[in-house]
Design a protein around this ligand. Structure first.
Ligand code: ZN
Length: 67
């Protein structure tokens, strides 16, 4: 009376695995997530950190610095 497979596993098997390229390190990886952009959680965090850093790195500097 025990089921050999779980519904979750069957669903996961139905999902197609696609090849992606990490937007951080450029590594090729496969994922089932259609919105996958990064090969690992590490790169995901790196991208997020980079983005916030970029925003913070653009302060309201005056266009004319007198140079
Ligand atoms: Zn990566």
């Amino acid at each position: 009376m025990s089921h050999p497979y779980t519904p979750g596993a069957a669903l996961a098997a139905m999902r197609p695995t696609r090849a992606y390229r990490c937007q951080v390190c450029g590594a090729t990886f496969t994922a089932q997530d259609l919105r996958a952009k990064y090969c690992s959680e590490r790169c995901k965090q790196a991208a997020k950190y980079r983005r916030t850093k970029k925003i913070k790195a653009t302060p309201a500097t005056p266009p004319s610095s007198g140079e």
